[in-house]
Design a protein around this ligand. Structure first.
Ligand SMILES: C[S@@+](CC[C@H](N)C(=O)[O-])C[C@H]1O[C@@H](n2cnc3c(N)ncnc32)[C@H](O)[C@@H]1O
Length: 490
């Protein structure tokens, strides 16, 4: 049963799709974390009222203050929502610790019963621990730079179409990526790596009624910095392709590509984004990862064109695989470009009427905000977007040439009319409130953009973060509504 609640303190609709008894007033403890690791683990900071993250009141006040009293907040699963986790592995091999760092330290807190994790992440962590103990795998020692296993990334796919839709989430399968402290598979410790992969596959793989392990990958990393992943990825066992179904399309996600942690909340957000994009739009999906947002729009909004721009070249393969599974009747010009958005951002904006930005936690690159403000000024004259071939003709800079080489184009035949389009809508998706606030204020300050609507999503229950979807339209807008002057109804 879907529960519809209204959060009384902020007076905003709060939708919750968790199954709960039919009661309009639930005790507040019904929304508590009940996690044995709260306080020692740095993952969660809010123990009660998970349906109402603390930052929400500030967000509501902020939007109200800039003239938007109708900010909605959507909540999904409050526990077991995290389908992607990167966990550090430390301690002795007979008693390994797998979890997050304690706040402000590099001491790993073991979190076997984490309430945010999809339950099968916890089950896979338990299995991994057994493997480490039985095979005498050495967890990484940061001080000495020695040891074998540094981190594990666990990603759950809930897209097993052989199961009834209602059972797919519960029986999600885990793609396990072991971050191994060696340069490559030819290192002497590779026998132990293979033994561990086989252990995981044998005990968690295909022979179970509901397999726990989807696949096992390795990432080789020897750097002494805090960077989790190195550049070398290898598929070891199980299915190579990892599929999820969000935003009404099947998406492929390699372990090296960015993936959203809260699959179900992301699906709600994508459906909301789709409603904001007119049919037949030309879309630029910036900070695109594997292009999930752009491709879900291509499939559902009959877009003329979708261009995706992303700095991580590893996402290209996942993009290509997702394109292969799009419905065959889509007549959209689709392309994916390996490029840094901070360099020449205007060149990615001209030619699209809808721009999606989904930046990392630090927010938008300053040069992109400048470009968005520049192109919305009345004196701006757009130069038509050049095709990639044209761009390359006179290009001498090796770094630009390299990034263009890594692009993907599907039926790219942009018309002259389309290539001069300028963005009329910017859809900002943000995972960090502080960055969003700053960028929003900068974007609005020139009066060349106004905020049309905004929505919050409970992407990270138990933490201080919420996901924001904000839609900006070109032009100054109608301005702030004056207080105290109500129009009489006729
Ligand atoms: C929050 S993720 C969003 C990914 C994608 N929209 C999705 O939902 O799957 C941010 C993405 O921006 C990429 N990124 C970070 N800095 C960038 C830059 N300067 N230029 C282009 N992409 C960048 C990251 O690699 C990452 O894939």
């Amino acid at each position: 049963m879907a529960l519809s609640l209204v959060s009384s303190s902020v007076g905003i609709p709060l939708r919750n799709s968790i199954s709960l008894p039919l009661k309009s007033r639930l005790p507040s403890s019904s929304f508590s974390l009940h996690c044995p690791h709260f306080e020692t683990c740095s993952g969660c900071t809010q123990e009660n009222n998970l349906q109402h993250p603390l930052i929400l009141d500030e967000a509501v006040a902020f939007f109200k203050n800039i003239g938007l009293p109708t900010f909605s907040f959507h909540s999904c699963r409050l526990w077991g929502w995290r389908c992607r986790a990167k966990l550090a592995i430390r301690g002795p091999s007979k008693q390994p610790l797998i979890g997050l760092y304690q706040e402000g330290t590099h001491n790993v807190v073991d979190i076997p019963d984490c309430k945010a994790h999809h339950p099968n992440i916890n089950a896979a962590v338990e299995l991994l621990k057994r493997g480490i103990i039985e095979l005498n795998i050495e967890p990484y020692d940061e001080d000495e730079g020695i040891g074998e296993l540094r981190y594990v990334q666990m990603a759950v796919t809930t897209h097993d179409t052989s199961l009834p839709a209602s059972e797919r989430y519960e029986h999600g399968k885990v793609q396990v990526t072991l971050v191994w402290n060696s340069r490559s598979e030819s290192a002497p410790s590779s026998d132990k790596l293979n033994a561990l992969a086989n252990f995981l596959w044998r005990n968690g793989g295909h022979k179970r009624k509901f397999p726990l392990v989807h696949s096992v990958w390795v990432n080789f990393q020897t750097s002494t910095t805090n960077v989790i992943f190195g550049n070398r990825w290898r598929h070891l066992l199980g299915e190579r392709d990892f599929w999820e179904h969000v935003g009404r399309i099947d998406v492929s996600l390699a372990p090296s590509s960015f993936g959203q942690a809260n699959t179900q909340a992301f699906d709600s957000l994508l459906r909301k984004v789709q409603k904001q994009v007119p049919f037949g739009s030309s879309v630029a999906d910036l900070y695109a990862g594997a292009g999930v947002i752009g491709l879900s729009l291509a499939a559902t909004r009959k877009c003329k064109s979708v261009i995706c721009v992303e700095v991580n070249k590893e996402s290209k393969l996942s993009f290509e695989k997702t394109v292969e599974r799009l419905p065959s009747n889509i007549a959209t010009n689709i392309s994916w470009h390996h490029a840094d958005m901070s360099i020449e951002p205007l060149s990615w904006l001209v030619g699209s009427d809808v721009v999606i930005v989904d930046p990392p936690r630090k927010g938008l690159d300053a040069s992109l905000i400048d470009a968005l403000r520049t192109l919305a000024s009345p004196n701006f004259k757009a130069k038509p977007r050049k095709s990639v071939g044209e761009k390359l003709k006179n290009e001498k800079r090796p770094w630009i040439l390299r990034t263009r080489e890594a692009s993907v184009h599907i039926e790219s035949s942009t018309t002259q009319e389309e290539s001069q389009l300028l963005p009329q809508t910017v859809i900002y998706i943000s995972c960090r409130w502080e960055s969003f606030k700053e960028d929003c204020t900068k974007l609005l300050s020139g009066k060349s953009w106004h905020l049309d609507n905004a929505h919050g999503f409970n992407f990270f229950p138990g933490t201080e973060s919420i996901e924001i979807l904000a839609v900006f339209k070109r032009g100054p807008g109608a301005g702030k509504k004056k207080k105290g002057k109500r129009r009489r109804s006729s």
